[in-house]
Design a protein around this ligand. Sequence first.
Ligand SMILES: [Zn+2]
Length: 295
Amino acid sequence: MAVKIATYRALAAGPTLTVLGAVHGNERCGAQAIHRLIDEIDKGAIALERGTLQLVPVTNPKAYEKGVRFVERNLNRFLFPKEDKKFYEDRLDPIVCDVLDRTGVLLDLHSYTSQGGAFIFLGPHNAEEFAFATALGIPDFVYGWSEAFGSGDKESKESQGTTEYARSKGALAVTLECGNHLNADAPDIGYRGILRALGHLEMIDPRSLAALGAQPPTGGRRCVKMKSVYRRDAGAEFAKPWKHFDPVAKNEPMAKLAGGETLSAPDDGFIVLPKASAGPGEEWFFFGTGTTLPS
Ligand SMILES: [Zn+2]
């Protein structure tokens, strides 16, 4: 099963933007958004004016076909080419990394399990990356991913997904989470995100953006800095049916462990990407605190 990589090169030099969809196979919105863009370009409705556009609608084809997050290994963790290829996804690593080695900017489109709307994952503070991220028109941001993972005892490469790998090669990179997997507007949020990215990088005619309307105002911006990763132990349950970005007060119960012990919020903050269905040892939810701007 091959990975489709559609590359468009304009005659004028410019940036290289890569857009990935379905790095997780059960997240369909990115693939739909990218297929829509390929159609629009191929029928001449959108023209690439400068630079190179690399589009990978389905980054994990076997997981996409099965409708699962991954087949044998989360492609968005421990992402680097490996000598010893034990799992199916290990054979995708060199293909994904090769595409990322050749990009200046990465936009990775995802969706998630809990109820909630779109937000953007940022990396360590980088003004150019933040300008790119804010141009996507989504007011909610989460950052501090690698640092939150680093606080655990796992090997540091665990937190290395597409964006971390691309940044290690000098690219600007953001993840756009388009909302819950089944949100009706998720594919459209992804599509708008790609067009705004192309507009920000001046790779398409600004008139192609007119149909999207004005950028939403930035006044309602919310920023959360991730502090910790919680993995689920067998028998542990959420204290409430958490939704993404639900606020929690310091000492408020977040979950109850199998032994009856309560897991309370270490500070005033937010629940990030809760996954009630996580299996034992799997990532269950993240906790973060509100900030004004990434720092
Ligand atoms: Zn994902």
